[in-house]
Design a protein around this ligand. Structure first.
Ligand code: SF4
Length: 262
């Protein structure tokens, strides 16, 4: 917690420059199953604006309303819900969303994945969720289903409401198809922190515990240098579909490539 709050120290006003809002997204897996989840939320100092993305289906949500009163600084905390309807009954999800709202904790957006295997169900559930919440979004499925990388240029979830921004499907298959690695120059502004404190700039590197880490939050603290501009990566081909948005690439010959409209 000291390491994370040291990062928030950068939010201090310097000379006449305005204070920068520090934003933290806590994701999983499912973050609320972490035994000290409540402690983490409460110990993050008040400079952080926190978004927790949860499946609303863990023992954390089985607590009574009084439990949620222990959460400090509610104004800077919000939850997004992600309904995994294959595992979580819809009524349970709805009850937990309502419980959080009753405890005066902000619920921002509810998401459903438009998985090609259950698209009709996702559309039905979306209608039901809209009866209890204003912001409900379908997310296009990014990943493999029956050996095929989605989304493709055409197919069951093409054109569903939440545009994923992919505009070059050929490049998407080449970079995210998990077939063959090639060297590329990659541009990413992401800062991803693994539970170990290791810091990376893309999901592929987090998930594989890649040697190309930028540093470790517990060792290097706020002194980690985040690369600006393009940097050389040897693993284009195994990029994670979660990173298909917002990344820019350049071939080693200097030709700029973009999968999504950025
Ligand atoms: S694996 Fe892909 S997204 Fe990650 S740094 Fe390399 S090229 Fe960029």
């Amino acid at each position: 917690m000291r390491a994370l709050n040291a990062v928030s120290g950068r939010a201090q006003r310097r000379f006449l420059r305005p204070r920068r809002v520090k934003k933290l997204s806590i994701l999983g897996g499912e973050p609320t199953v972490f035994a000290d989840f409540l402690y983490v939320i409460n110990e993050l100092d008040k400079n952080w604006k926190i978004t927790v993305t949860s499946n609303f289906d863990s023992p954390f949500f089985e607590q009574d309303i009084g439990f949620f009163k222990q959460i400090k600084h509610k104004a800077r905390l919000r939850f997004n819900g992600s309904l995994h309807f294959i595992h979580t009954p819809l009524e349970k999800f709805i009850a937990n969303v309502q419980k959080l709202k009753k405890a005066k904790i902000s619920v921002h957006t509810l998401f459903l994945v438009a998985h090609p295997a259950c698209l009709d169900k996702a559309l039905d559930y979306k209608k039901r969720l809209l009866q209890i919440h204003r912001r409900v979004k379908l997310q296009r499925f990014l990943g493999f289903h029956q050996g095929k990388l989605y989304p493709g240029q055409s197919g069951p979830n093409t054109g569903k409401e939440q545009k994923d921004g992919i505009c070059d499907y050929g490049l998407y298959q080449e970079g995210f198809g998990q077939k063959q690695a090639q060297a590329i120059l990659c541009h990413s502004d992401k800062v991803l922190i693994a539970p170990s404190g290791d810091i990376y700039n893309c999901h592929y590197k987090v998930y594989t515990g890649h040697k190309d880490r930028l540093g470790n939050l517990f060792v290097d603290g706020v002194r980690v240098r985040i690369p600006r501009g393009y940097f050389l990566c040897q693993d284009f081909g195994f990029c994670n579909p979660c990173d298909s948005e917002g990344h820019l690439f350049k071939s080693l010959r200097g030709e700029t490539k973009s999968i999504s409209a950025v």
